[in-house]
Design a protein around this ligand. Structure first.
Ligand code: SAM
Length: 208
């Protein structure tokens, strides 16, 4: 069987209900990413890039300091699910490389999405230039990366045609090349046989 694009595969996941298991699997790492990324002393606007069924948008939109939460994903079935669950919510169906928001966000979050691009630098530069507000933060989570050796066979297992395997250091270098400052990385929930979710953050300079 020919390999398929990430959006084709995740659209099928939405149609057969596998998106819910994925949300549960990502919950612990995402909660910790949000603790790292969300301001505790001021209001913030929030975007989830590759939001799937929108579960993180709904979680964050209930927080007291959140002034606006939106999600964007390239899969129509994922976005239809998000809108059906949360009719008043703000969801957009678009390829991330093509989407340009009407206003910038203080926090852009993304879990398990960026390695589905064959040129992640192009995406990081687009997010830096067109999505993040000056002084705002990008937080990325990834389980498919060089040091997490157990993930290396996922392209074969999932039959997805675009999965870019980078090391922690390579992700940090790409964030910096895209223009982010204060770039930091950590591993979330590592255990025997699992290197943890790689979490990388970067800030857009205030004077940008
Ligand atoms: C592994 S899922 C993660 C979904 C969500 N972040 C979560 O944690 O439940 C990856 C998501 O990225 C989306 N995606 C992949 N490539 C994309 C692209 N080029 N443009 C927009 N969305 C894309 C897929 O449709 C899918 O919903």
């Amino acid at each position: 069987m020919a390999k398929r694009s990430p959006v084709e595969v995740f659209s099928e996941w939405a149609e057969i209900g596998k998106d819910e298991g994925m949300a549960k699997g990502h919950h612990s790492a995402v909660t910790q990413m949000l603790e790292i990324a969300l301001p505790t002393d001021e209001s913030f606007s929030f975007l989830d890039a590759g939001c799937g069924n929108g579960w993180v948008v709904r979680l964050v939109s209930q927080m007291e300091r959140c002034s606006q939460a939106s999600g964007v994903d390239g899969s129509e079935p994922m976005i239809e699910k998000a809108k059906a669950t949360d009719p008043g919510g703000s969801y957009f169906c678009s390829d991330l490389l093509e989407w340009v928001p009407s206003s910038l966000f203080d926090v852009v979050h993304s879990m398990e999405v960026f390695y589905y691009f064959d040129k992640p630098l192009e995406l990081l530069s687009h997010i830096h230039d067109s999505w993040v507000a000056p002084g705002g933060l990008l937080v990325m989570g990834a389980d498919f990366y060089r040091e997490n050796t157990v993930s290396h066979d996922w392209p074969e297992k999932t039959q997805i045609n675009t999965m870019t395997l980078l090391s922690e250091g390579e992700w940090i270098a790409l964030f910096e090349k895209a223009g982010f400052t204060e770039v930091k990385s950590r591993r979330i929930d590592p255990k025997e046989g699992w290197a943890g979710t790689l979490c990388v953050t970067g800030r857009k300079a205030t004077g940008f």
